[in-house]
Design a protein around this ligand. Sequence first.
Ligand SMILES: C[S@@+](CC[C@H](N)C(=O)[O-])C[C@H]1O[C@@H](n2cnc3c(N)ncnc32)[C@H](O)[C@@H]1O
Length: 586
Amino acid sequence: MLSEVGEATVLIQPGKVYLVGAGPGHPELLTLKAAELLKTADVIVYDRLIQEEVLALAKVCAERIYMGKPVGKHDSRQAEIDELLVRKAREGKMVVRLKGGDPFLFGRGGEEAEFLAEHDVPFEVIPGVSSALAAPLSAGIAVTHRDAASSVAIVTGHEATKDTSRVDWEALRKLDTLIFLMGVHNIGRISQELIAHGRDPATPAAMIQMAFWPEEKVVTGTLGSIAAEVERAGIGPPATLVVGEVVRLREKLKDSQRDLHPSEGGPRFGSAPMPDQLLRMAMAGLGSQVLGFALSLALFDHLEEWQSATAIARRFDLHAGATAEILDSLVALGLLERAAEGYRNLELASVYLRSEVPQSLRPVLLHQLGQFSRWEAVAAYARSGQPGQVRSGQEASDSDCCECLAGFSAPAVVKRLDLAEKGPVLLLGWGGEAYRAALTRRWPDLALEIRNPLVGSDPLAPPPPNTYGAVVLSGLVARSAQEAELILDASAAALQDDGVLVLHDAFLPAGVLPPEVVLGALGRHLTCRPGGNWSIELLSAALETLGLRDVRAEYLPGGTVIVTSRKVRNGPSQPRKRSQTAAASR
Ligand SMILES: C[S@@+](CC[C@H](N)C(=O)[O-])C[C@H]1O[C@@H](n2cnc3c(N)ncnc32)[C@H](O)[C@@H]1O
């Protein structure tokens, strides 16, 4: 493909789009091919209901773009997704379009493939484990058990209330097992139609919510009672309905010994979308001026319902034309949607950008954006419609930011640790309460001590030596080289032999650096932290001098890194003096 850059003409090889089935959500139910593609993709475009571990397979510099919509809430963004896939492929990128279950079963994968074909974009479709079969299986329902069924139909439950439904209820009467997807809200209507067309109201039925997720729930009944049972149990989408005699046989199969447990989700990395996209924007400054200004107004608090640009301008005393332009930029960033009624929050904004929501990322975004951007210029423009004067802005404090980021990441860090046989754990740093919750959820009897030497009057009093099975340093090391040396020395000394040192911080990962990490490092360098950018290589060398081995680093979505290491037996028990600062800036 030929692309024009100024006067020059550059030849760009078109990329390829893989439409990949992610299975019903559990990372171990990915196909090997899907895992391999995720590891190499330049861009991953994903929906809701993709677990964090699945996205964590991506290479560090991959661009992850969330394009989901809350189940049953906003209208589809299909046209936007189609355009995005074509655009990224034309940039020469290898794109994975990750879809729940199987891409061609009620997933609009067919339409996406058609669009790519029409636009001459090379593509390939990789099948996935469909929830239509995996959800009944998880509940112990063998959908074509020889004793009870020789046919099975998979039907959309979405059309049950439509006058123009293409569902042939008459034909469904004659089939043994019926599986309805997208049927939770229409369950009453589905059972009525089936009974009206001759299915016995006593036919067994089961609804399976979020199979292979921590929220998995199964409700059983009959065709006559299932709607009421589903309502009573508070079952919500996504859930799969199974109707037929096979449901009865579940009694014998439902208590199988399962190795494949639902993976631990935790509220932040559960069914909500991954906020990676937001953190990347904050780290990189991409779109940051507009986003920072919108956050400083708490704009997203006012956009849960449709609002016109004029109403927003009036509410905040802004210039109408400039406001529309700013709202359009937020649409382009994937945070708002626009229709004839005006603008309203898309899911990322709704879940993470309002002030009072439990998962609010507002403090961390305000702080990071304030470090590197000048959104007062946007504010001045929004008020006057004239380009404004540039001044710096910083609305959330450093501590707010550290606490928010550490607390946000705590469940993901804890998920990657194995502290089952470890003695007392010492947590030093930010996010103490979030760590306490995540650690005690996994290991209820774990002895835990929490201190933050950077707040209050607890400046680095050294913890007792040879005492802890694990020391977790949360957000302490990337701050300042001198403090970091003291903290590392004291932490290594405090560990028992074989104890584990865990560091979670904004380290520079090895290998190819994603743009937000490079910009973030530059930002830290320019602001106030000489020597604050630790690369993984330098950190490993520093840990080795303290008698720590098996250094492993893992990049977390959002731009931070977890480094674990183990104290070897008979390693140096006293802190060593290092002649020079191990930290270096890049
Ligand atoms: C738009 S369809 C997409 C189906 C997907 N292509 C597949 O093959 O699984 C979404 C529906 O799949 C079902 N579903 C998806 N994930 C599920 C899960 N983990 N447990 C139960 N049902 C699920 C629900 O009926 C949901 O409304």
